[in-house]
Structures are given as structure tokens and as C-alpha cells.
Design a protein around this ligand. Structure first.
Ligand code: UD1
Length: 378
């Protein structure tokens, strides 16, 4: 376990309105929409960082760049098996709740920290708000699908990004009176920082200013923990890099799996296949905005490419974000090399899906969430 340095600025403070939980990289963008909206509405917040992600380039840089305050409480749970990580968060979070006594606990997304804190909070009878509720890819074995489904069924306030999510929740018997279609907090943050991100000219730092390039990210266990699968996908990317340069920011999970493999060696010999450390928020958004094509297994990036109008190939068999396909730029290609090659070549040739921005992805989701939560009794 890596210690993030247990920090607690809350000892002398009165009970907080919103206790907002973050743990892993994709959580920070969502918190960065909700917290300023809460402050604007005169509500107090306590930010709890579980420490699921602890490397500076997966955590600290996001807090700084997104102008989030330093977490009030850091639990420092670190890495571990699913059970270990979830259990550690639960043990620590139970203590935190009894000190902070918030009006509501706000959890976001679908990571282990999300389910762990929702479960503890609900058993302690706190209202639980789940931001990004109702997303389903219908793969019951995916860890994130387990986390988000269970979190939804524990939550008292479910905030959705799209109408299909409302439909999923209705089908599962969740009371519609607890569901609020508010839009997308991830997109609030994207719209707020887009100009600053582009101004940093990240593509130029990779020698790619004004040149077409493809951006690749991979970190899902289903893709990277299976050596054959990882190799197959990377070999197609390597082949395509002869037609368009690739940038590949490598997630720590993926880096660990690649170490010492033959495919890693093949890739390191390719000048047009640029590997880099994970990037901060602004540089990453800058690279997405300038890309000709994005290939990814991330959820959030499917949404960001939709709003930025950049073709996105999702390297998974399903998506929990169908609106990015029906209205956005996303094509779910799976991991079959033939399909990846064919769809990538269409994008390389300049074919662009006619995309529009999904309903309520307008920068105001955080405010809509806060409007609802402000009505909770003190
Ligand atoms: C987690 C989330 C996933 C999210 C992703 C974003 C779950 C179940 N998964 O997956 O939904 O899309 O975060 O990155 O919650 N590691 C480091 N430094 C860190 C954190 C992790 O090096 O700061 C390494 C560790 O060796 C760890 C591995 O990366 O074993 C994976 O970390 P883990 O916490 O399991 O989550 P992710 O795979 O990142």
C-alpha cells in the first residue's frame, strides 16, 4: 500500500453539506464540476480521496489542473485485489462518516471506491447521490458493471447522463422519483477547460502539430490482462502506425503487463508509434482535440470524443454509453484486428461520422445536481 499521507483538515469543522468521494482518475473530472457548483449555491463540501489511485500522474496532476481543492481527507488505501481495495475503503470511510456527518454522500462513476463508499453510507442511513447512474454495458462480469449496478440500487438520488440510463434504471425497478436526468459532469469539465487544454499545444510536443495522428489508450483488464489480446490489439496499432503516427499514453496497469514482452520490443523500434507516460488532463484533452482518430477502451473518452467531434473506435465488445454511438462519433469495434483495421482506415481516409452533442451535455450538469441536493433537509 502506498501512503498518500493521511491528511485531515476537518477536525474542527461543522457537519458538511456534501461529502464528495474521489478515488481514481476518471472521478476527478466529475468532482470538478460538482464542487464549484455546490460552492456557488452556498453549500459546504468535504472532499474525500480514497487513494485508489495514488501516482502523481493519475491523481495529483488532476487535482491541480482541474482547480480542485486539496482533498480534506485522504484515506491512502492504495492498490490491491478488488476485495482488499474495496474493504480498505469501507473500513476507513466508516470512520470518516461518523466525523463529517454530511447531509448527503456523493459518489461518481463506477470504480471500487464508488461502491465501497455508497455501501457504507447507506448502511449508516445517509442519503447517497450517484452521479453517472444507470449506465449498463450488460456484461455482468465486468468489475465496473458490478460496481455501477450495485451503487445504483443503494442510492437515494440517481443522476443520469442520458435517457437510455433512465430506461435501464426503470427496467431494474428503480423508482423514477429518485432518478434525475441532468446531463454529463465530465462534459461540464471538458467545456470549461477545452480552450486552456488546446492552448498548451500538446501535439507539438510530440512533433505532431498540424499533422494527422491517432491517439490510443488501453487499460481495461479484459484487454490488457490477457496477453494474447493485448498483443493482437497492439500489433494492429503498430501496423496502422505506418499509415498515421500513433501516440500511446501508457496506463500503469498496461505498462506492467507489457514489461519484457516481445510486442513491447517490437513497438519500441517504431518511430511512428510514440509511447509516453500517462498524461495530465489538459495535455490529454489537447491531444484528443487535435487527433484524427482515437482508439480506446475507456468510457469517458467515448464521451469526450463525441463532444469534440473526433472519430472514436471503442476497443471493447460493448459500451455502457450507447448515446455516443447513436448520436456521437463512437464505433464499437471490439478487439478483432480485421474490424479495427477496416474502421481505422475509414477514419484515416477522412470519413467522419455526422455527430451531434447529446441532450443536456451543455456544461450545466453540476448545477442541476446541486439544485436537487440543496433541497435535502439539513
Ligand atoms: C480503475 C477503475 C476503472 C477506471 C480506471 C482509470 C475499478 C474496478 N477500476 O482501474 O474503472 O477506468 O481506474 O484508470 O475501480 N497503479 C499504479 N498507480 C496508481 C494506481 C494503480 O501504478 O496510482 C497500478 C497498480 O499496480 C494497480 C494497477 O495500476 O494494480 C491498476 O490499478 P487499479 O486500482 O486496479 O485500477 P485501474 O486498472 O486503474
Amino acid at each position: 500500500m502506498t501512503d498518500t499521507g493521511s491528511a485531515d483538515k476537518t477536525a474542527m469543522r461543522p457537519a458538511s453539506d456534501l461529502l464528495v468521494v474521489v478515488g481514481a482518475r476518471p472521478n476527478f473530472m466529475k468532482a470538478a464540476s460538482i464542487i464549484p457548483a455546490a460552492h456557488e449555491a452556498g453549500l459546504t463540501t468535504t472532499l474525500v480521496h480514497t487513494g485508489q489511485h495514488y501516482d502523481d500522474d493519475l491523481s495529483k496532476i488532476f487535482i491541480e489542473e482541474l482547480e480542485l481543492e486539496e482533498p480534506d481527507i485522504s484515506l491512502g488505501v492504495g492498490s490491491g485485489t478488488h476485495a482488499t481495495q474495496t474493504a480498505r475503503v469501507m473500513l476507513e470511510f466508516e470512520q470518516v462518516l461518523s466525523r463529517i456527518r454530511p447531509r448527503v454522500v456523493v459518489v461518481v462513476g463506477d470504480v471500487n471506491s464508488t461502491i465501497a463508499c455508497a455501501l457504507v453510507a447507506r448502511k449508516e442511513r445517509y442519503p447517497v447521490a450517484h452521479v453517472e447512474a444507470g449506465l449498463r454495458c450488460f456484461d455482468p462480469l465486468m468489475p465496473e458493471e458490478i460496481n455501477r449496478t450495485l451503487t445504483d440500487h443503494l442510492s437515494t438520488h440517481l443522476f443520469t447522463t442520458s435517457v437510455d440510463a433512465d430506461e435501464n434504471l426503470a427496467r431494474e425497478g428503480i423508482d423514477a422519483a429518485t432518478v434525475y436526468f441532468v446531463g454529463n459532469t465530465m462534459i461540464d469539465t471538458l467545456l470549461r477547460f477545452r480552450t486552456a487544454a488546446v492552448e498548451r499545444r500538446a501535439p507539438a510536443r510530440f512533433g505532431l502539430d498540424d499533422k494527422p495522428y491517432a491517439l490510443l489508450t488501453l487499460h481495461r483488464p479484459a484487454n490488457v490482462d490477457e496477453p494474447g489480446q493485448l498483443e493482437e490489439v497492439l500489433d494492429v496499432a503498430a501496423e496502422l502506425s505506418a499509415e498515421i503516427p500513433f501516440v500511446f499514453p501508457v496506463h500503469p496497469r498496461t505498462r506492467a503487463r507489457l514489461e519484457g514482452t516481445a510486442v513491447a520490443q517490437r513497438l519500441s523500434g517504431l518511430a511512428s508509434f510514440i509511447q509516453t507516460e500517462p498524461l495530465g488532463y489538459l495535455d490529454f484533452v489537447g491531444l484528443v482535440a487535435g487527433a484524427h482518430l482515437v482508439l480506446t477502451d475507456s468510457g469517458g473518452i467515448q464521451e469526450e470524443t463525441t463532444v469534440l467531434g473526433i472519430p472514436c473506435l471503442t476497443l471493447r465488445d460493448s459500451t455502457e454509453r450507447p448515446v455516443t454511438v447513436s448520436q456521437g462519433t463512437n464505433v464499437v469495434v471490439g478487439t478483432d484486428p480485421t474490424r479495427i483495421r477496416a474502421e481505422a482506415r475509414k477514419a484515416i481516409a477522412g470519413e467522419r461520422p455526422a455527430a451531434r452533442r447529446p441532450e443536456k451535455w451543455d456544461g450545466l450538469a453540476g448545477r442541476r445536481i446541486v439544485e436537487v441536493l440543496a433541497r435535502l433537509p439539513r
